[in-house]
Design a protein around this ligand. Structure first.
Ligand code: ARG
Ligand code: ZN
Length: 875
C-alpha cells in the first residue's frame, strides 16, 4: 500500500503520558501499557483511537480500569481501533510478544542473549499498541522486570528512578523520561553488560555521566568512542550552542543491528562495528567512522529528538541536518578539504547512481510503500548537501541564527522541512521559496558550462545552463537554485575577480573566489579586467550536488591539478585526467603509452607538499563503481572493460613512477606504534597507496607487501597488504595470508568481517564458489547483518567482474540470499537488492539481472520492503 505525503492528517488523539511495564522471560515477554490519551481539538467526539500493533497477542484490554467489551474495539493484523471513547482517559493493554524469535531486528529482539530494541521507523508497533507515528509525542515511565542473573543491566530512556529486587531471582528498574518523545525514540536494553564510565561538564556546569555498555570482552575497545562522545558534546556547544539536557547518556553496543546506530533519547544503541575500536580489529577509516557516527547520534539529541519530524516524509529534516552537522564536526576535527573530497566521492559514486536508478526520489519523498526503504543516500547525504547549500547561501552567521531560531521555535515539536527553511528565512531575511525545490525534485542536476574570452576587452564570460533529467514519476523539472563556487586560474595562480553587476567590495580586493547563484535554465556571468584567458576552477569545494559538463582540455586539467588553490578542484581535475585515460584504454585496450599530461599531473601531485591524506586520494585510481556510474550516465557500463582498463592504467602508473612510489613509501611509512591520529592516518594512507603501486606487476613489490603484512601492528596496513597480495601475488601466497589472518583473529568478530570482505572482493579465481563456501564457514552467520554485508554485500558491490559473470551466477547467488532474507529480515533483504536494481546500466547483464528480479517478484509472501524495490525496478 502506497502512502502519500499529500494525505497527511494530524492525529485525532494524542498520548500525553505512557506507562509501560515489561516482564521479560526467556520464551516470551509481556508488555503492559497504560496510555493516557486525549482527543485533539480538531477531532469529532466520535473519532476512533487508532493504535498500530503488529505480531502482538492481546492478553488484556481495559478503558479507565474497565475491561472493554468486544464490540467496543476492532483488532486486526496491523491495528487496534477503539471507538466510543471519552475526550480523555487511560487505555490499558497487555501484549504477549516473542523477542527470542524476532529475526527482523526491529521492535524488541535478542542479540547474543541481550534484549534490545530498534523502533525507528515503525518498530514500536511490534512492542505494544500505540499511535506509532512521530507526531504523537509522549513522556514515558518504564518499568522493566527480568531475571537478575541473566539481565543485571536494565535500561530505558531518561533517569533511573527506582530499582528493587523481586521474588524468584528477578529484579526491577524504573525509568522516567521527562522529555516528550515520539515512539520511535523509545529504547529498552536488558542483559549482561560491562560498563565504561566517564563524565562531561556542560557549558552551564551540569555534570553528565557518560556510560558505554558492551560485552565484557570488549571493554578495552571503548576508549575511542568515549573520546569521540566528549568531543562531540563540546563541539555542539561551541558551534551550535546546543547543550545536553539529562544527567546521564548511554551508548550500548549490540552485535545484531540492521543499521549503524540509533539515537534513542539518552540510550543510543549502536552496531558494535560503529563503537568498538582497537588497532587489530578497526581500520583507520573505521576509527573515523566511529567518531562521526558517535557524533551523529549525539547531535540527534537536538536535531531529531528535541525537535523531531511530523511524518516520515520529513526524514531528511533530522537526517540531512544531522549529517551536515556531523560532517562539519569531522571537518573541524580533521582536514576540511579531505572530508569534502570523501563526501563528494560518496555523492558522485553512490547517490548520483541512486538518483539515476529506479528508486530515485527527492530529499523529501512524496510517497512510499515501506519507509525503511527511504533511509537512503538521497535523504541522508543529498539532504546534508541541501543544508550545506543553505549554509553557503546564508553564510555561517545567518545560518547559525536560523538554526538557533529553529531549535527555539520548535523545541518539543514534530515539524516539517518547510519549518526548517522558514526559520532560515526568518533569521536571514532571505526568500528561499525557489531554493526549496531541492526538497521536492528528484534527480541530479547537470550544469553545462561554456565560456568565451574577449582578449581585447579582457572580458571572460561563462554561460551556464542547467537541466535535471526526468526521474520516475517526475518528468518535468524546474530550475534549481545552485550555488556554484568558482575561481579563475591564470598562469601564475588564481586571478582576482570582478564580476559584472557586483558592487565592488574594497574588503575583498584580492578575492579570487566567487559563488555564482545559478537559478535559471540559462545564464551568463561576465568577468572583466582580466589580464589573460583563464581556466575556470568550477564547483569548488563541491559547492552543490550536481554534475558539471565543461569541455576541459587536458592542458587545463593539468593546470588545475598543479596550481589551483582549491583542493577539491585539484583532486577532481586529476580524477578527470585519469578517467579520460581509462576511457581511452577501454576503447583501445592495447594502447601502451601513458598520456604525458597525466604523467605530469601525477608528478606534480607527488612532488608538492600537500596533506598526505588528500594526496593519497588524488593518486588513487577512480573506483570501478564510479567509472560504471559515469559510463552508464552517457550509455551503458562494461564492467569487464572497466576492470581491464584500470588494471592497465595501474600497471602503467606503477612502472612509470616506480622510483616515486618507493620514495613515497619510504618517507611516509609509519614506524611509530599505531595511533589513530590524523598525522599517522594520512601518512599511512599515502604510504599504502605507494605500496599498492609498488606491488603492481612486480615480484619484489609483492614480497614487500607480504613482509608488510607480517610486520603490521594494525588492521589498516594488514588489509592493504593482504588485498595487494591477493591481487598481484600467486594463489598459494594469498591463501597462506588468508589462513594466517584467520588464525590470528578468528575470535574477533569485527576483524572476521574484514576477512570475509577481502575474500568476497578478491577477483582472482572463482569468487562465486569461494563466497558460497564461506557462507558455510563458522566465521559467517546468516542472521547477522554485519556478516551478510561483509560477505554478500561486498561480493555484489565490490567484485563487479564476478557479480556480473556472463552466465548470471553472481545474480543468482545474490537472489538466493535475498530470497531467504525476505522472510527473516526484510530490511536487509531489500538493501541487498540494490545492485540488481541497476540492471539498466549494463548492456551485457541487463536481461539476466531482470530475470533474477522477476524470479524474486514471483515468490509468495514478499515483504513490503522487497516488494517495493522489485516492483519499482521492474516498472
Ligand atoms: N536514525 C538512525 C540514524 O541515522 C537510523 C535508523 C535507521 N532505521 C531504519 N529502520 N532504517 O542515526
Ligand atoms: Zn541519523
Amino acid at each position: 500500500k502506497t502512502i502519500f505525503l499529500s494525505e497527511y492528517k494530524a492525529p485525532d488523539y494524542g498520548i500525553s503520558y505512557t506507562e509501560l511495564h515489561f516482564e521479560l522471560f526467556d520464551d516470551h515477554s509481556l508488555v503492559h501499557a497504560r496510555l493516557h490519551f486525549k482527543r485533539s481539538d480538531h477531532a469529532s467526539d466520535t473519532a476512533t483511537l487508532v493504535l498500530n500493533g503488529q505480531e502482538l497477542e492481546l492478553q488484556a484490554l481495559a478503558l479507565d480500569g474497565e475491561t472493554l467489551a468486544s464490540d467496543d474495539y476492532e483488532l486486526s493484523d496491523d491495528f487496534l481501533c477503539v471507538s466510543g471513547l471519552p475526550a480523555s482517559g487511560v487505555l490499558e493493554t497487555t501484549a504477549r510478544i516473542y523477542p527470542q524469535s524476532n529475526t527482523s531486528l526491529e521492535g524488541l529482539y535478542r542479540s547474543r542473549g541481550l534484549f534490545c530494541t530498534q523502533c525507528e521507523a515503525e518498530g514500536f508497533r511490534k512492542i505494544t499498541w500505540f499511535p506509532d507515528r512521530p507526531d504523537v509525542m509522549s513522556t514515558y515511565h518504564v518499568t522493566v522486570d527480568a531475571d537478575a542473573r541473566q539481565c543485571p543491566e536494565l535500561l530505558s530512556n531518561g533517569n533511573l528512578v527506582q530499582s528493587m529486587e523481586l521474588p524468584g531471582d528477578r529484579h526491577r528498574a524504573v525509568w522516567d523520561d521527562p522529555f516528550p518523545k515520539p515512539s520511535y525514540l523509545f529504547a529498552l536494553v536488558a542483559g549482561n553488560l560491562s560498563r565504561v564510565e566517564d563524565t562531561f561538564i556542560t557549558m552551564n556546569g551540569r555534570k553528565v555521566r557518560l556510560i558505554i555498555l558492551v560485552e565484557e570482552k570488549d571493554l578495552d575497545k571503548c576508549a575511542h568512542a568515549m573520546d569521540s562522545l566528549k568531543r562531540s558534546m563540546r563541539w555542539d556547544e561551541e558551534r551550535f550552542g546546543r547543550e545536553y539536557d539529562l544527567d546521564v547518556f548511554h551508548i550500548v553496543a549490540v552485535d545484531d543491528f540492521n543499521m549503524g546506530a540509533m539515537e534513542n533519547k539518552s540510550l543510543n544503541i549502536f552496531n558494535t562495528s560503529c563503537v568498538l575500536a582497537a588497532p587489530d580489529t578497526t581500520t583507520d577509516a573505521g576509527y573515523q567512522r566511529i567518531e562521526s557516527i558517535v557524533a551523529h547520534e549525539y547531535f540527534h539529541n537536538w536535531s531529531g529528538n528535541r525537535v523531531t519530524c511530523r511524518d516520515w516524509f520529513q526524514l531528511s529534516l533530522k537526517e540531512g541536518f544531522t549529517v551536515f552537522r556531523d560532517a562539519e564536526f569531522s571537518a573541524d576535527m580533521g582536514s576540511r578539504s579531505l572530508k569534502r573530497v570523501e563526501d563528494a566521492m560518496v555523492m558522485r559514486t553512490l547517490q548520483f547512481a541512486e538518483d539515476a536508478g529506479p528508486m530515485s526520489h527527492p530529499v523529501r519523498p512524496a510517497s512510499f510503500i515501506e519507509i525503511s526503504n527511504f533511509y537512503t543516500l538521497t535523504v541522508y547525504e543529498k539532504g546534508a548537501e541541501v543544508v550545506r547549500m543553505l549554509h553557503t547561501l546564508l553564510g555561517e552567521e545567518d545560518f547559525r541564527r536560523g538554526s538557533d531560531l529553529y531549535f527555539d521555535r520548535h523545541d518539543g515539536q514534530a515539524v516539517t522541512c518547510d519549518d526548517f527553511v522558514s526559520a532560515m528565512e526568518d533569521a536571514s531575511g532571505k526568500n528561499l521559496s525557489d531554493f526549496k525545490r531541492w526538497y521536492s525534485q528528484a534527480g541530479t542536476p547537470e550544469l553545462t558550462i561554456r565560456d568565451d574570452w574577449d582578449a581585447e576587452q579582457g572580458v571572460y564570460t561563462l554561460s551556464v545552463s542547467q537541466e535535471t533529467p526526468a526521474t520516475p514519476g517526475q518528468s518535468d523539472k524546474e530550475a534549481l537554485v545552485i550555488p556554484l563556487a568558482m575561481g579563475l586560474l591564470g598562469e601564475a595562480g588564481n586571478l582576482r575577480l570582478t564580476l559584472d553587476g557586483e558592487a565592488p567590495d574594497p574588503e575583498s580586493a584580492d578575492n579570487t573566489h566567487r559563488i555564482l547563484i545559478v537559478d535559471k535554465p540559462e545564464q551568463e556571468f561576465r568577468f572583466s579586467g582580466l589580464p589573460e584567458c583563464p581556466t575556470p576552477s568550477l564547483l569548488r569545494g563541491f559547492s552543490a550536488p550536481v554534475r558539471v559538463d565543461y569541455p576541459y582540455t587536458r592542458e587545463q586539467l593539468l593546470a588545475l591539478v598543479s596550481r589551483d588553490d582549491d583542493e577539491f578542484v585539484r583532486w577532481d581535475s586529476l580524477q578527470q585526467l585519469m578517467v579520460s585515460a581509462l576511457q581511452e584504454l577501454q576503447a583501445e585496450p592495447h594502447r601502451v603509452s601513458l598520456d604525458p599530461l597525466l604523467e605530469e599531473a601525477v608528478n606534480a601531485i607527488c612532488s608538492q607538499s600537500l596533506d598526505p591524506a588528500v594526496q593519497a586520494d588524488m593518486l588513487r585510481l577512480p573506483s570501478e563503481t564510479y567509472l560504471a556510474e559515469l559510463a552508464s550516465h552517457s550509455g551503458k557500463a562494461d564492467v569487464h572493460g572497466i576492470f581491464r582498463a584500470r588494471q592497465a592504467l595501474r600497471q602503467a602508473l606503477a612502472e612509470t613512477f616506480r622510483e616515486r612510489w618507493q620514495q613515497l613509501f619510504d618517507s611516509y611509512r609509519v614506524t611509530a606504534p599505531y595511533a589513530a591520529i590524523g598525522e599517522q592516518i594520512g601518512a599511512r594512507a599515502l604510504a599504502n597507496v605507494a605500496l599498492d603501486y609498488l606491488a603492481t606487476g612486480d615480484e619484489q613489490g609483492v614480497s614487500l607487501a607480504a613482509q608488510y603484512y607480517f610486520s603490521a601492528d594494525n588492521l589498516t596496513n594488514r588489509l592493504v597488504a593482504l588485498r595487494t597480495v591477493l591481487r598481484e601475488g600467486d594463489a598459494a601466497l594469498g591463501d597462506s595470508l588468508i589462513d594466517d589472518f584467520y588464525a590470528r583473529f578468528k575470535d574477533e568478530t569485527l576483524a572476521m568481517n574484514h576477512w570475509l570482505s577481502v575474500q568476497a572482493e578478491n577477483t582472482s579465481g572463482d569468487s562465486i564458489a569461494r563466497v558460497r563456501a564461506l557462507m558455510e564457514h563458522p566465521a559467517y552467520d546468516s542472521r547477522n547483518p554485519n556478516k551478510i554485508r561483509a560477505l554478500i554485500g561486498a561480493f555484489a558491490n565490490a567484485n563487479a567482474v564476478h557479480f556480473h559473470k556472463h552466465d548470471g551466477a553472481g545474480y543468482r547467488l545474490l537472489g538466493e540470499v535475498v530470497e531467504t532474507l525476505n522472510e527473516q529480515n526484510p530490511q536487509i533483504a531489500s538493501r541487498l537488492l540494490t545492485p540488481l536494481t541497476r540492471w539498466n546500466n549494463y548492456a551485457q547483464g541487463a536481461t539476466l539481472m531482470r530475470a533474477e528480479l522477476e524470479r524474486l517478484s514471483e515468490l509468495p509472501s514478499l515483504s513490503p520492503d522487497v516488494y517495493e524495490v522489485l516492483s519499482k525496478s521492474l516498472a
